[in-house]
Design a binder for this molecule. Structure first.
Ligand code: SF4
Ligand code: SF4
Length: 289
């Protein structure tokens, strides 16, 4: 079984549009949205949920008002300023609470409960391009790295179940916790970038991270025609560092049109972009052989 992840140095490079198009082009695969902090592949693929489970991670402090004697110790001890007073009652702001348990330990009245934190849900869904594993975190919920691990595990199980030999992941932008959790054991990272100085800088950071995890890197320059000079610099960088250039895509208003219609670019029949994306996907697959 092979795993490909589509990532980018920052958001807004066209990563998810391309992930959706690749999902359309490859019949036999499991789709996995690992951009758990800001998932949007579901907007294009309109998944129908067939399995759902809560994502529970860490704990949060909750004051039991009947026991609280309003001594203020919790407010003094909380270094995250999560405790506030409203109408002379001490309250804990769930979005600020880091679950460090200090207030629970020091409350003289044992008036603070410490339940598990319900952070969101993860799903297995059917889409017009096949089975998709994805998630939705609640605002402020954290530990997205562990959620990524759960999704990857589930995607592997589904791939085995369905006899698929490919898992296609839409990864998170940047080099944070969700990307780090996405990379180990991945066969190929397809990095989408744009022809700007920051695009090159972000590409270097994410490519270095992939190299650290010994993941092969393939690069796509999106909207390459907007700055041919910068595109050349990116191509030079790739050649010098043995990253595969699998293709460049021009700026095309059709991409926005496809999004508005909730289609992926390869569903826009007879478009040049659809053909070019098909060629790029063929180049990506060739790297797996
Ligand atoms: S430390 Fe305990 S008793 Fe004191 S204000 Fe906080 S919750 Fe209430
Ligand atoms: S668990 Fe930690 S972060 Fe949360 S309210 Fe208590 S002291 Fe503050």
């Amino acid at each position: 079984m092979r795993e490909i992840i589509v990532i980018s140095g920052k958001g807004g490079t066209g990563k998810t549009s391309l992930s959706g198009a690749f999902a359309h082009l490859n019949r036999d695969k499991i789709i996995c949205d690992l951009d758990v902090d800001a998932p949007d592949l579901h907007i294009l693929l309109a998944p129908k949920v067939i399995f759902e489970e809560k994502f529970i991670s860490g704990n949060e402090a909750v004051i039991i008002q009947d026991k609280c004697q309003a001594c203020g110790v919790c407010a003094e001890m909380c270094r995250y300023n999560a405790v506030s007073i409203r109408d002379e009652r001490y309250m804990i702001e769930p979005l600020r609470c880091e679950g460090c348990k200090v207030c629970v330990t020091f409350c003289p009245e044992e008036a603070i409960d410490f339940p598990s934190r319900y952070c969101g849900n993860w799903y297995v869904s059917s889409t017009r391009f096949g089975t998709m594993v994805h998630a939705q975190l609640f605002p402020g919920a954290e530990n997205s790295g562990r959620l990524v691990s759960i999704l990857r595990q589930k995607a592997r199980e589904k791939a085995k179940e369905e006899g698929s030999d490919l898992i296609l992941c839409d990864g998170a932008p940047g080099i944070g916790c969700p990307v780090i959790s996405s990379l180990s054991g991945t066969d190929l990272a397809v990095v989408v970038t744009e022809p700007t100085p920051s695009g090159l800088h972000d590409l270097q950071r994410v490519a270095d991270l992939c190299s650290y995890f010994k993941v092969r890197v393939a690069v796509i320059v999106n909207k390459f025609d907007l700055n041919p000079e910068q595109t050349s610099l990116i191509e030079d960088y790739c050649r010098k560092n043995n990253h595969e250039l699998v293709g460049n895509l021009p700026h095309d208003d059709m991409v926005t049109k496809a999004m508005v219609e909730r289609k992926v670019i390869t569903e826009m029949k007879d478009s040049n972009m659809a053909k070019m994306t098909g060629n790029i996907w063929a180049n990506v697959l060739a790297l797996l052989n």
